[in-house]
Design a binder for this molecule. Structure first.
Ligand code: HEM
Length: 419
C-alpha cells in the first residue's frame, strides 16, 4: 500500500504532531548531541524533523526494529536519490550512481543477499590471519612517532592504520595511500552527509571515477594472474555458482576500501579522545591491557563512529504509535540508541568495565557490519600499543573539533602531546 499524498502535504499534516528542532549542525549538537537526543527520546521518540526531512528515532527498541526489519524498512536509498535528480544534475553524478548504487549496504534482498554471500565467503576468513600484520603496521606507525613532542592522532596513526590494513587485504599498493585518502574523504562527504560541503557531489563523483579506473586496472591484472588477495578472491565464483558482476566488483572494491577505514579511524580516535577525557578510566586501561576488548566495546557504545543509519519506509505503517508513510525517510539514531537508559543504565557514564551487550554501532540484521571483527581487532591492538609507547600522552586542544555530519561521528583532527 502506498500513500497518494504529496510529500509536502504529508509533512504539513504531521508537523503539529511531532515537528522537532533537532539540528545536527547546531554548534551545541556538534559538540555533544546527547542532551538534545535524550530530550527527544523522552518527549517525541518518533519525531519528524523538517531539517532532515525524515523521522528521527532515538529509542533503542525502535532503532533495532528498523535495522532488523528489512522488509518494511528498505536500504535501497541510492536509486530513489539519483532517480529524483533532474537529468542535467544526474549526468554530473553518473559515476557515483554507477558505483555506489550496487553497494551491499544500499541494497535489499535479493541483490544484497548475493553480494553479502560473496563478502562473507571471501572477507571474513581473511580477518583472523591479520593479527600479526596489524601489530606490525601499528609498530611501524609508532616507530615513526619516535622523538615527536606532539602529533595529530588522525593523520599520523588512526587514519594510516586501518587504511594500510584494508589496502593490504585488498592487495592495493601501500604507496597509493595518499590518493586513497583524497578519494575517500571526497566520498565521505557524500555518504556521510557533510552538511557544510556545497560542492560535495562534484568532488565525490570525480573521486569515484578515479577509484573506479584504479580498481578496473587492478582487476584486469588479476584476471590475467590471480593473487593471494581479497580482490582476486572476490572475482572467483563460489561453490554455489554465485558470481559478482563487473560493475559490482569495482563497486564492492570501492565499498570495502571506503568502509574499511573511515569508520575505524573514528573508532580509534574517539577511543583515545574519551580515554584522555576520563583519566580514571585511562589509568585502569594502562594498569591492565586485558581491559582493551571491553574498552573498545564501551567506546563503540559511548562515542561510536556511526551516529545514524537511514532507511526508506516501504509501506504505510505505525512505529511507536506514530503513522509513517511509504517513501518516508527514517534516521535510526544509533548513538542515541546506544545511550538509551532503558537499555544501558546510567548511559552517559563512560565505564570501560561495563562490557555493554547489544550495542547497535555495527548495525543489526542482514546488514550487520561485515568488518566488525576487523575493526574491533585493530582498535584492541592500537589503543594499548599507543598508550604504552606514549606514557605522558595528553590532548593539546581542550575542545574537540568534530565533523558536522548526521551519520558519522568523528573528529577532524586531534592533536596530542607526548610529554
Ligand atoms: C568501527 C568501525 C566500523 C563501524 C562502526 C561500522 C559500521 C557499520 C554499520 C552500522 C553497518 C550497517 C549499515 C546499515 O545497516 O545500513 C556497516 C556495514 C558494513 N560495513 Fe562496517 N563498520 C566499521 C568497520 C568496517 C570495516 C573495517 C569494514 C571492511 C573492511 C566494513 C565493511 C562494511 C560493509 C561491507 C558493510 C555492508 C554490509 C551489508 O550491507 O551487508 N566496516 N558497517
Amino acid at each position: 500500500m502506498t500513500s497518494t499524498a504529496t510529500p509536502a502535504r504529508r509533512r504539513l499534516a504531521r508537523e503539529p504532531l511531532a515537528a522537532v528542532g533537532f539540528d545536527p549542525a547546531a554548534a551545541t549538537a556538534v559538540v555533544d548531541p546527547h542532551p538534545a537526543l535524550h530530550a527527544l527520546r523522552a518527549q517525541t521518540p518518533v519525531a519528524w524533523s523538517p531539517t532532515l526531512g525524515g523521522w528521527i528515532l532515538t529509542r533503542y527498541d525502535d532503532v533495532r526494529t528498523v535495522l532488523m526489519d528489512y522488509r518494511r524498512f528498505s536500504s535501497d536509498r541510492m536509486r530513489p536519490f539519483f532517480g529524483h535528480l533532474d537529468p542535467a544534475r544526474r549526468a554530473t553524478v553518473a559515476h557515483l550512481e554507477r558505483y555506489v548504487t550496487p553497494w551491499a549496504v544500499f541494497n535489499d534482498p535479493p541483490v544484497h543477499t548475493r553480494v553479502r554471500t560473496i563478502l562473507n565467503r571471501t572477507f571474513i576468513p581473511r580477518v583472523e590471519g591479520m593479527t600479526p600484520r596489524i601489530r606490525a603496521i601499528v609498530a611501524d606507525l609508532l616507530a615513526g612517532l619516535e622523538g615527536r613532542a606532539d602529533f595529530d592522532v588522525i593523520a599520523n596513526f588512526a587514519y594510516p592504520l586501518p587504511a594500510a590494513v584494508i589496502m593490504t587485504m585488498m592487495g592495493t599498493p601501500l604507496a597509493d595511500i595518499a590518493s586513497m585518502r583524497i578519494w575517500s574523504d571526497a566520498l565521505a562527504e557524500f555518504i556521510g552527509s557533510g552538511l557544510l560541503a556545497p560542492d560535495k557531489y562534484a568532488r565525490a563523483d570525480a573521486a569515484t571515477a578515479a577509484m573506479a579506473d584504479y580498481f578496473a586496472a587492478m582487476i584486469a591484472e588479476r584476471r590475467r594472474a590471480p593473487r593471494d588477495d581479497l580482490l582476486s578472491d572476490l572475482m572467483q565464483p563460489g561453490d554455489d555458482g554465485t558470481r559478482i558482476a563487473d560493475d559490482e566488483l569495482v563497486a564492492t572494491a570501492i565499498l570495502m576500501l571506503f568502509a574499511g577505514h573511515e569508520t575505524t579511524t573514528n573508532l580509534v580516535t574517539n577511543g583515545l579522545s574519551e580515554l584522555l577525557r576520563h583519566p580514571a578510566q585511562l589509568a585502569l586501561l594502562r594498569a591492565d591491557a586485558g581491559l582493551a576488548p571491553s574498552t573498545v566495546e564501551e567506546v563503540l557504545r559511548y562515542q561510536g563512529p556511526t551516529a545514524a543509519m537511514t532507511r526508506i519506509v516501504r509501506e504505510d505503517l505505525e512505529l511507536g504509535g506514530v503513522p509513517l508513510r511509504a517513501g518516508d525517510r527514517v534516521y535510526a539514531m544509533i548513538n542515541a540508541a546506544n545511550r538509551d537508559p532503558a537499555r544501558f543504565p546510567d548511559p552517559d557514564r563512560f565505564d570501560i568495565r561495563r562490557n555493554p551487550q547489544g550495542i547497535l554501532t555495527f548495525g543489526a540484521g542482514i546488514h550487520l557490519c561485515v568488518g566488525a571483527p576487523l575493526a574491533r581487532l585493530e582498535a584492541q591492538i592500537a589503543l594499548p600499543a599507543l598508550l604504552a609507547r606514549c606514557p605522558g600522552l595528553r590532548a593539546l586542544e581542550p575542545e574537540r573539533d568534530w565533523h558536522v555530519s548526521v551519520v558519522l561521528r568523528g573528529l577532524r583532527r586531534f592533536r596530542v602531546a607526548t610529554r
